[in-house]
Design a protein around this ligand. Structure first.
Ligand SMILES: NC(=O)c1ccc[n+]([C@@H]2O[C@H](COP(=O)([O-])OP(=O)(O)OC[C@H]3O[C@@H](n4cnc5c(N)ncnc54)[C@H](OP(=O)(O)O)[C@@H]3O)[C@@H](O)[C@H]2O)c1
Length: 253
């Protein structure tokens, strides 16, 4: 399905813009002439991404360096970004951490950090953004969750539970604000080749971030509610969610 020109977003706020998946997505939007406001915590990486997007055809690119864990600064940051863009068609939330599962099993602070970055901080951003969009009766909130949130498993259940919380929040938010003209897209990638998965066994076989980004751009243009990407993760997760607990608890996943 290709986006129609009318549905191509023009003003896009990207939170976690230095993420491998976000950067690939922004390259497509830049080639479509979008205006982009990029937020990231690493000034050097952010500047490089911004420069690249300008050369690829973005109409407007502005940046803000921010640690998105700092929820108190969110209202000011978001208001500044939207002011800079003179409006907003899409907010794209891409930041996240995998964290260290083994460490999180020993140390609650490690677990709390994963939950804060992947769940609490997005809830703070989305609460503000949802109310902004509802006031205007338009906009799309596109948020990267994960297939890992569909069922907890021993190798990454702290990360998985942060994404499960995020997916549940997005479902409820959609149920609240879809009728107000605001689209909420839950994006659930399977394993994808980015900095987050570099060094994992068989990571060379993971999905190409450019292909993942292409599906995300199309899903946003089509105002979809949810996206498993690559698509085969939808039936795979259907099967995984339905494995009986007495069997699942004995698997090494
Ligand atoms: N790769 C996968 O297999 C996969 C699968 C499913 C879901 N996802 C999700 O996809 C999203 C994008 O991840 P990715 O694969 O593109 O990995 P990535 O390249 O490692 O991107 C993660 C991004 O989050 C940023 N970030 C983390 N904490 C932050 C904070 N407190 N403030 C601001 N930025 C912060 C990182 O910034 P720095 O560059 O400064 O570290 C980085 O740009 C994440 O939500 C991830 O959970 C990834």
């Amino acid at each position: 399905m290709s986006p129609t020109p009318n549905s191509t977003p023009k003003k896009i706020l990207v939170l976690g813009a230095t993420s491998g998946i976000a950067e690939a997505t922004c390259r497509i939007w830049a080639s479509q002439g979008a205006s982009l406001f990029l937020v990231g915590r690493n000034a050097e990486k952010l500047a490089a991404v911004a420069q690249d997007l300008k050369t690829r055809g973005a109409t407007y690119v502005e940046t803000a360096v921010a640690d998105l864990d700092d929820t108190e600064k969110h209202p000011e940051l978001l208001a500044h970004a939207i002011n800079s863009l003179t409006g907003m068609d899409v907010a794209y939330l891409a930041h996240g951490i995998l964290g260290d599962q083994a460490e999180a099993e020993r140390d609650f602070n490690t677990a709390a950090q994963i939950l804060h970055t992947n769940f609490v901080a997005p809830v703070s951003l989305l609460t503000w953004l949802a109310n902004y969009c509802v006031q205007r009766q338009l906009g799309t909130l596109a948020v990267i969750s994960s297939v890992a949130g569909d069922r907890g498993r021993k190798s990454n259940y702290v990360y998985g539970s942060s994404k499960a919380g995020l997916s549940a929040f997005l479902g409820g938010l959609r149920n609240r604000i879809d009728r107000e003209g605001v689209t909420v897209l839950s994006i659930k990638p399977g394993p994808t080749r980015t900095a987050m998965t570099a060094g994992m066994p068989k990571s060379e076989k993971f999905a190409d971030p450019n292909a993942v980004a292409e599906s995300i751009v199309k899903a946003i243009a089509a105002k979809k509610d949810s996206l498993y990407v690559p698509f085969q993760w939808q039936p795979i997760m259907f099967i995984i969610r339905n494995i009986p607990e007495r069997v699942f608890k004995k698997l090494n996943l």
